[in-house]
Write a protein that binds this ligand. Structure first.
Ligand code: CU
Length: 128
């Protein structure tokens, strides 16, 4: 009787495990959906996207921006003129926020921990 119970439990585990495995094969998780919309900045080797690219946004149109920290050290992403501050992102963390501006012009973004190498510009224009 006890043996039968144990057998049923073991078989149940095997069946559930198999179904779970098959389900994962049929519906693989998306690995990275971050770059499907908006701006993606990767903080790596104390740069943003290797080159600290100039970001272009339209006036009065909010832009989604995601910062991913692929370094082992902390980084943040700050735009003083546009009230953007991610706070510290630890290794492997990411953060998505929005950037919007009512004013045309150029705004500086930077990492407060590495301002000498992690620094770039955001250009706000009409019809970027
Ligand atoms: Cu940094």
């Amino acid at each position: 009787m006890l043996n039968n119970l144990i057998a049923i439990v073991v078989i149940s585990f095997i069946i559930v495990g198999s179904l779970w495995g098959i389900g994962n094969l049929l519906n693989p998780e998306k690995e990275n959906d971050l770059d499907s919309e908006g701006i993606l900045l990767i903080a790596e080797n104390n740069f943003f996207n290797n080159t600290n690219p100039t970001l272009h946004i339209n006036r009065n149109i909010p832009e989604r921006i995601t910062i991913v920290n692929k370094d082992f050290v902390r980084h943040d992403f700050i735009v003083d003129g546009l009230n953007v501050n991610t706070g510290y992102l630890y290794s492997g963390q990411d953060f998505t926020t929005g950037i919007a501006s009512r004013e045309l012009g150029t705004f500086e973004y930077y990492c407060s921990l590495h301002p000498s190498t992690m620094r770039g510009e955001i250009l706000v224009a009409d019809n970027k």
